[in-house]
Write a protein that binds this ligand. Sequence first.
Ligand SMILES: [Zn+2]
Ligand SMILES: [Zn+2]
Ligand SMILES: [Zn+2]
Length: 199
Amino acid sequence: MAEEQRAFGYICPDCGKPVFGERTHFALCAAASGLVCGCGRSELTAEPFGEHYRVTVPCGACGGEHRAEVPADKLLHGPGVALACPESKQLCCYIGDAHQVRKALRELEITLEKKKEHMDSAFVDNNIMYEVLSELKDIAARDGISCTCGARGCGMEIHGSAVDLICRQCGARLRVNAATDEDLDRLCCQYTLTIRGGV
Ligand SMILES: [Zn+2]
Ligand SMILES: [Zn+2]
Ligand SMILES: [Zn+2]
């Protein structure tokens, strides 16, 4: 029988990347285990301490580090554990089955990216801006953005309530408003976008 493993996952507060690792029961029971991010600047540790594990988690949500006591039984068996950041209430660490941890970690990465985008800028409406940007990404992904000058694709410049699509070839701009529900509706029904540039 293959030895049972437990997976650990968190988002590195330093580089923002998901950190994933598996440890065998044997290793977990024997001594403190660590999981270091590829960037080397954050580390999750789990140390057996009686019936508990003392877990230290670098927190991708608030940038701090949190300590938690997790019952050994929960850490080693069953559906797994998710630890929440006491600052932001956001889940920031998952321990359990590898598949589940990977999945949760992917979702967490997306959530934190969204939050970060929100914090980095003062948009008129964060949700609309986010939706508009992801819609634009979709349109761009299906090669739906072009310029009348013949260029495909574009650069983007993000403003408080609008996104400018800029032709990389001729420099023409197309402004896409991103402030209201109507702006979003208007964009969502477009399959392609054309920048009016040079001919
Ligand atoms: Zn890192
Ligand atoms: Zn936190
Ligand atoms: Zn152009």
